[in-house]
Design a protein around this ligand. Structure first.
Ligand code: TNX
Length: 509
């Protein structure tokens, strides 16, 4: 792997860089990059974008070049024409660098960005956005010198999966709200948006063969609000939007527990032949499917097949958590059967760590949230582990005991607690760990303002854990201070806890 090399500081005045405080690992704060790249060698001088600057990108690099130009035009007011040949900001591909890797060379004459693939090239453009002043992230034109510091960067992610889960079942969030989070994920080199689409309190995806799932199950949420659901066309558009930004949507349908919304929509799924009452409480009830019902398996298959067809990615999350009142034998048989259905649709099954004790075929992914023994059992049978341990990765936990809303059972989780842990559970080989995912459950998160506050900046900590080999808390908090100016410029209502000496957007100019 790469060596961490963080050299002398640049001229702060000239580059608009955060002040370098000369103590300890502060050199790493020079550009305030989050996540920290594998290798950063600072040089002297800057390259300034101006009215003549072109973005040079041909072939498979062109889409990435177009997105970079689109991202930088509003704040800079520069034309940033995308051309196939020439000088300026030059984007190329070189497969020998490997998946998701890139190198970035800024000299006083221009920028050379090389991606190992289109993903790597795109992540490199996110580093470039972070090397520019935070004002470059504004949607309004700003009067700033668009200087990029001279630097050499080599970078590649530690883990392939860097994700955010949003529970849209307990409270509904619109496609626009989700797209905004996709943009934020991309800026942090995060590449998965996991949508928890169904739960006891709501069903959020149209299933054409079972229309009342959305019509009835989608018409409520925690607290009794009107909820909502996504048509397949709407979800398809979100999947495309995310894919264009190198983020894969992972849909989750939670079976066999957490199924009350489905049971409230269809009488035949209930043992007593009567639709279950709608549930709008905040507490977890986890009503299970009636696994002996004559229609239940057909129903589940229809749902999984339709959702599998919607997603462009290779994964389908089937939940599997908290199947209370289901016998171990019934649970195992049902999960094994779901895996067959998912595999027949060409997808890999993802499920919460409860499935670790079930004999499964490889490949499969276990999302570790509560029980490390079950994660180890999953790994022992050849599964991949996605790390979301509740005490570090559950974004519905309060930051401290004085939080106004949120859960506390696995918390509190301040920024340091979100950062300072190892995604590799003890007894599991790092090669079997797919990555890191922050999980926002939304029993107590009912609008975008609360969503921003609970997710950010803790997800930036998860982004770095998923991406970077190095970096420690002291160093991260220094860089995060500067990163706060970026989040502020983007209008993210993040929780500016007193763990960090935040730099404001005004100070960062
Ligand atoms: C546990 S995590 C749950 C969710 C709740 C969450 C609240 C998991 C797989 N199940 O149903 O929303 O705790 O923190």
């Amino acid at each position: 792997m790469f060596l961490l090399l963080l050299l002398a500081c640049r001229d702060d005045e000239e580059t608009g860089s955060p002040p370098d405080t000369d103590d300890g690992p502060a050199d790493a704060t020079v550009s305030g990059l989050v996540p920290l790249p594998a290798l950063v060698e600072d040089g002297e001088g800057v390259y300034a974008l101006d009215a003549g600057t072109q973005i040079v990108a041909a072939g498979d690099a062109e889409d990435v070049g177009a997105l970079l130009a689109e991202a930088l035009r509003p704040a800079t007011g520069l034309p940033l024409e995308v051309v196939e040949e020439g000088e300026g900001v030059v984007l190329t591909l070189d497969a020998s660098l490997g998946a998701e890797a890139y190198t970035l060379d800024v000299t006083e004459d221009g920028v050379a960005l090389v991606g190992g693939d289109a993903d790597g090239l795109f992540w490199g453009t996110q580093t470039l956005r972070q090397l520019l002043p935070p004002a470059s992230l504004s949607t309004d034109e700003q009067d700033v010198e668009w200087a990029v510091p001279v630097v050499h960067i080599e970078d590649a992610p530690r883990f392939a999966w860097r994700g955010l889960m949003i529970d849209v079942a307990r409270h509904f969030f619109t496609i626009e709200e989700l797209e905004r989070q996709v943009d934020l994920l991309a800026l942090h080199k995060m590449n998965r948006l996991h949508l928890h689409l169904t739960d006891d309190q709501g069903w959020r995806v149209e299933i054409t063969g079972w229309p009342d799932l959305a019509a009835i199950g989608g018409a409520t949420e925690v607290g009794g609000g009107t909820g909502g659901y996504y048509t397949q066309a709407e979800l398809g558009a979100l999947i495309d939007y995310a894919e264009a930004r190198h983020v894969t949507v992972v849909p989750e349908i939670d079976f066999p527990g957490h199924a009350n919304a489905a049971l409230s929509a269809y009488a035949e799924l209930n043992e007593d032949g009567v639709c279950a009452d709608v549930y709008t409480g905040a507490g977890v009830i986890s009503t299970p499917l009636w696994l002996d019902g004559p229609d239940t398996y057909d129903f589940v298959e229809d749902v999984l097949v339709e959702v599998a067809a919607l997603t462009s990615g290779p994964w389908l999350h089937v939940g599997g958590d908290e199947a209370v009142d289901v016998s171990d034998a019934d649970y195992a048989a049902f999960v094994q059967w779901m895996q067959e259905v998912v595999a027949a649709e060409g997808k890999t099954m993802v499920a919460w760590d409860e499935v670790g004790d079930v004999a499964l075929d490889t490949p499969f992914v276990t999302q570790h949230w509560i029980d490390a023994d079950r994660a180890r059992a999953a790994a022992a049978q050849g599964g991949s582990i996605l790390s979301s341990p509740a005490e570090h990765a559950y974004l519905d936990m309060m930051y401290d005991y004085d939080g106004e809303y949120g859960q506390i059972w696995a918390g509190p989780i301040d920024i340091e607690a979100a950062y300072d842990w190892d995604p590799v559970p003890s007894g599991v080989d790092e090669a079997q760990v797919l990555g890191v995912e922050g999980a926002l459950w939304t029993e107590y998160v009912d609008d975008e303002e609360k969503l921003d506050f609970m997710v950010w900046p803790r997800l930036a900590a998860h982004a770095e854990l998923g991406w970077s080999e190095q970096g420690d808390w002291a160093d991260f908090r220094e860089r995060l201070a500067w990163h706060g100016a970026r989040l502020e410029t983007l209008g993210v209502g993040f929780n500016a806890t007193d763990e960090v000496d935040w730099v404001s957007a005004a100070e960062a100019r």
